[in-house]
Each structure stands twice: as structure tokens, then as C-alpha cells.
Ligand binder design. Structure first.
Ligand SMILES: [Zn+2]
Ligand SMILES: [Zn+2]
Length: 77
């Protein structure tokens, strides 16, 4: 329950595809957050898996891509 939080570094992304302002260290790996809770840019291709449409939860919120990664390029942590 005590996830670490740090500042996002350049190139680290929120689940919505924006630059991450903060990064949460979770049990499932680091997850970025852009601090904008409008669901992000809901149109256009998914930046993580290339799907032509982004992912939505059954209740209509923008969902996290199953291929979400903190960084699109590079494997350094
Ligand atoms: Zn975001
Ligand atoms: Zn996706």
C-alpha cells in the first residue's frame, strides 16, 4: 500500500500517452501520471500498442492499454 512516487523523467509517459509528471512505483511496475484527469486525448491511435482507437473501460472512462509501458523506447529503468 505504500507505493513510491517520484517525478517523471523526460520520455516517461502517462497511461494516456502524455508526458508523465509523476511516476508511481506499483506492484505491477512503474506507472506514469500526467496530473490531468480528463482522460487524455481520447481520439487517435493508442501510442502503446498502435491500436487505431484507444482503450475504454466498460463504463466509458479511458482505460489503460494492455501494452502500456512507462517508456516507449529503451529498456533502461
Ligand atoms: Zn495522463
Ligand atoms: Zn493500446
Amino acid at each position: 500500500m505504500n507505493d513510491g512516487v517520484r517525478w517523471g523523467r523526460p520520455g516517461e509517459l502517462c497511461t494516456c500517452g502524455r508526458q508523465a509528471i509523476e511516476v508511481f512505483e506499483t506492484d505491477h511496475g512503474p506507472v506514469g501520471w500526467c496530473r490531468i484527469s480528463d482522460g487524455g486525448n481520447s481520439v487517435g491511435p493508442c501510442p502503446f500498442c498502435g491500436s487505431p482507437r484507444k482503450h475504454f473501460t466498460p463504463w466509458g472512462d479511458l482505460g489503460r492499454c494492455p501494452s502500456y509501458r512507462l517508456r516507449l523506447v529503451g529498456g533502461d529503468v
